[in-house]
Design a protein around this ligand. Structure first.
Ligand code: NAD
Ligand code: UDX
Length: 472
């Protein structure tokens, strides 16, 4: 039986960091070292201010760091020492070349795999933790076998990560399931068992699922596609609600009580964001095209198309409600992260919305409790988002509170569902008093009680609900 004693994780990001910190926290007899080619990221992991915000993460890292949890830039030595290596590098959508805008960029996976092959001096279990297209394990095997200078035996496993940001630690400590795919050979199954034994230190055995490699790889894309599809479905229905007077919360609640549907992931919103959903669906679309399944590709593509439509529809509603122009008007944007309880802004709906507001020549005041000004400027100045930093700086004000953002604003737009924007936490009377009148509020997250805010005097518009919802 193979017993894992030393783990290396390549990639100290949103997945590698929390996942391997939790392994160290739960398995004191395993030495876990997380490596990265980005020295600033590693320095931050070794400091008192970790590079990512995730509830509960600090406590776990601070408890195990320096005991059996280490962060290092010494990739080669850590690979050599390890008997199991997680590859948890980024796999973004390709920006250029074949499959640009759809296929996953596997350059980081390939360079990490080549590094393992070049420096390994003893057998390794190599685990795909990154989300990858189906059959990537085959390419990794080919690279490892072709480049191993020492004729080392490598086993490859697929162990996709299902954590959601903002609840990563909770998800890792008590996962719905852990999935481990392996080649159905004697060696493959032994490697699979070794990783199962790591997880069963804290995850009940029945929640650790074992499959073949390709099922495991595809399951990750499938799970994200199915989750995102639910959001696009409820968002499509939110447009019908607004046009008819149905209330999307009521519709979602009543549908969700059907035990075949379930209540989760039916919250209408300004559109899903995050580094995974869009990228992984586009990855699935590309895979379908490659497999000559155009109808399948079109089906999944529509989930992303609907998401883009939802963001544009929200912007159109804002502009038309503000008398068809927002030029020189002040728009207060509450929230910049792609969801609450994270500082991550990747693919955040806020970026698309604010770009549109800037194009309309509005003045935009932004407040987010966890996103730095520098990050906001970086996102808004990205090529293709807004042309120059100077222009952005003229039209953007980064604020340190919701009150500051809303002062003298014509409209408040809730983009991220941070608890502190709820109507029992934020003093909306104070906000109203300091705004231009009429004071508009657009809720892209179904976060506030519209009736309560209308009583204060706000003109409220909520996704999936029109003002007359429920009336004759
Ligand atoms: P990330 O960008 O936060 O982290 C990836 C890290 O890998 C970076 O710090 C980068 O410097 C490092 N890296 C890249 N190439 C390297 C190399 N050759 N050697 C050493 N380090 C290298 O990305 P992430 O959000 O952690 O995502 C990682 C993978 O996990 C992706 O495939 C993603 O799709 C998947 N995933 C992400 C989430 C999520 O919520 N973020 C959830 C599930 C799965
Ligand atoms: C997702 C998957 O949930 C997770 O399993 C996978 O490992 C990575 O991708 P993440 O993107 O971190 O996780 O967060 P998630 O909670 O799924 O939210 C994604 C986006 O959908 C956010 O913008 C969120 O606000 C939005 N969302 C979510 C909705 O608009 N409505 C919902 O009902 C749920």
């Amino acid at each position: 039986m193979v017993v894992v004693k030393n783990i290396c994780c390549i990639g100290a990001g949103y997945v590698g960091g929390p996942t391997c910190a939790v392994i160290a926290y739960k398995c004191h007899d395993i030495k876990v070292t997380i490596v990265d080619i980005n020295p600033e990221r590693i320095a931050a992991w070794n400091s008192s201010k970790l590079p990512i915000y995730e509830p509960g993460l600090d406590e776990i890292v601070f408890e195990r760091r320096g005991k059996n949890l280490f962060f290092s830039t010494d990739v080669d030595a850590t690979i050599q020492e390890a008997d199991l290596i997680f590859v948890s590098v980024n796999t973004p959508t390709k920006k250029t070349g074949l499959g640009a805008g759809m296929a996953a960029d596997l350059a980081y996976i390939e360079s990490a795999t080549r590094r393992i092959a070049e420096v390994a001096t003893s057998p390794k279990i190599v685990v795909e933790k990154s989300t990858v297209p189906c059959r990537t394990a085959q390419s990794m095997r080919t690279i490892l076998e072709a480049n191993s200078t020492n004729e080392i035996h490598f086993d490859i496993l697929s162990n996709p990560e299902f954590l959601a940001e903002g609840t990563a630690i909770k998800d890792l400590l008590s996962p719905d399931r852990v999935l481990i795919g392996a080649l159905q050979t004697k060696e493959g199954l032994a490697a699979q068992e070794a990783l199962v034994n790591v997880y069963t230190n804290w995850v009940p055995k029945e929640r650790v699922i074992t499959t073949n490699l390709w099922s495991s790889e595809l399951t990750k894309l499938a799970a994200n596609a199915l989750l995102a599809q639910r959001i696009s479905s409820i968002n499509a229905l939110s447009a019908i609600c607004e046009a008819t007077g149905a209330d999307v919360d009521e519709v979602a609640y009543a549908c969700g009580l059907d035990s075949r549907l379930g209540p989760k992931f039916l919250k209408a919103s300004v559109g899903f964001g995050g580094s995974c959903f869009q990228k992984d669906i586009l990855n699935l679309v590309y895979l379908s095209h490659q497999l000559n399944l155009p109808e399948v590709a079109d089906y999944w593509k529509q989930v992303v198309t609907m998401n883009e439509y939802q963001k544009k529809r929200f912007v159109r509603t804002i502009i038309s409600t503000l008398f068809n122009t927002i030029t020189n008007k002040k728009i207060a944007v509450l929230g910049f992260a792609f969801k609450k309880d994270t500082g991550d802004t990747r693919e955040s709906a806020a970026i698309t919305l604010i770009k549109d507001f800037i194009d309309e020549r509005a003045q935009v005041a932004i407040y987010d409790p966890k996103v730095s000004s520098e990050q906001i400027f970086m996102d808004l100045c990205e090529p293709g988002v807004v042309d120059t930093r100077k222009q952005v700086e003229k039209q953007i004000q980064i604020c340190s509170s919701a009150y500051e953002a809303a002062k003298d604003a014509d409209a408040v737009v809730i983009v991220t569902e941070w608890d502190e924007f709820r109507d029992d936490q934020l003093d909306y009377e104070r906000i109203y008093k300091n705004m231009h009148k009429p004071a508009f509020l657009f809720d892209g997250r179904l976060l506030v009680d519209a009736a309560k805010l209308r009583k204060i005097g706000f003109k409220v518009n909520v996704i999936g609900k029109n003002e007359l919802a429920g009336t004759a």
